[in-house]
Write a protein that binds this ligand. Sequence first.
Ligand code: TRP
Length: 366
Amino acid sequence: MGKIILTGDRPTGKLHVGHYVGSLKHRIKLQNSGDYDETFIMIADAQALTDNADNPEKVRQNIIEVALDYLSCGLDPDISTLFIQSQIPELCELSFYYMNLVTVSRLQRNPTVKSEIQMRNFETSIPVGFFTYPISQAADITAFKATTVPVGEDQLPMIEQTKEIVRRFNSVYDEVLVEPDSLLPDNKACLRLPGIDGKAKMSKSLNNCIYLSDPEDEVKKKIMGMYTDPNHIHVDDPGQVEGNPVFVYLDAFSKPEHFAEYFPDYQCLDEVKEHYSRGGLGDIKIKKFLNTVLQEELSPIRARRKEFEKDIPAIYEILKKGSQKAEAVAAQTLSEVKRAMKINYFEDQDLIQAQAKRFLENIPSK
Ligand code: TRP
């Protein structure tokens, strides 16, 4: 059995640096490691519609944005299969059968679903499609027999739920599905990058994101305006490092070689933190350093994006080819699933012959 990656994103907006350090960067490393037989990267438009049913245009517009973000970060369509979820009808069929293996109360206990219901004020009227999206996510993963799902921390309950569905399916029917493992980035700061306003999470609706496609001056403006320690008023005041977004970002983005190059007064991030805690190090100085570090990471991405933007039809073509390839794989799994579930009537000559015999001999059905 091969090592197979599947992961994806909802196309509800452009991707931001939180997506980048939380998952995208990791995917590209895995893609380039040569350790995996297949890498499937999915634009989860059908899942995006589960809480944007009344806004299909938003989802439609953002498919190309996410695809551009993928390609400019280094996902390579010659290695990874990039595809669009809604173009793989087999995923719906799988979801429909998996629904029989999951209880309502189990879905209600899914922590990610729980907090999303709260966030969206769905408490009194949850769309069924939204409520059941963890099941469709299990279909996404198992359709490709994925062994590895590189995701952010908030997706762990989905992988857990997928594993349960796989175990249940394999024990009730037959060993067809593969139990996936999640893969998180090793760097703790990358798990959840705060918004530039200091809120726990970057979110489009909070307007606190740095987007991969933001121009250089926009990134700079956002960093210079970033929330830091509100009690660090004078340079000499002791500053709080813990939970300070500027330092979380530095934890996520700075590399040892950056200090000699851009911040020679310090040998490493710990020295910077130490000085800040002690007092005497101003926010502007660290923000300028962060800006340099972040621009270094983002500028090649931005440059590649400009190139890809010149031929948009070619990107739709990449997604179309990827979707065709993905559908062939999902169709194979679906056929195994249907055989295991005994709903493969027309390919089952034994069944047809046995039924014929039964009626000839007048044997009552079971
Ligand atoms: N739920 C993921 C998100 O919100 C998107 C997604 C859909 C996904 N299906 C998936 C991620 C399967 C990993 C595996 O970003």
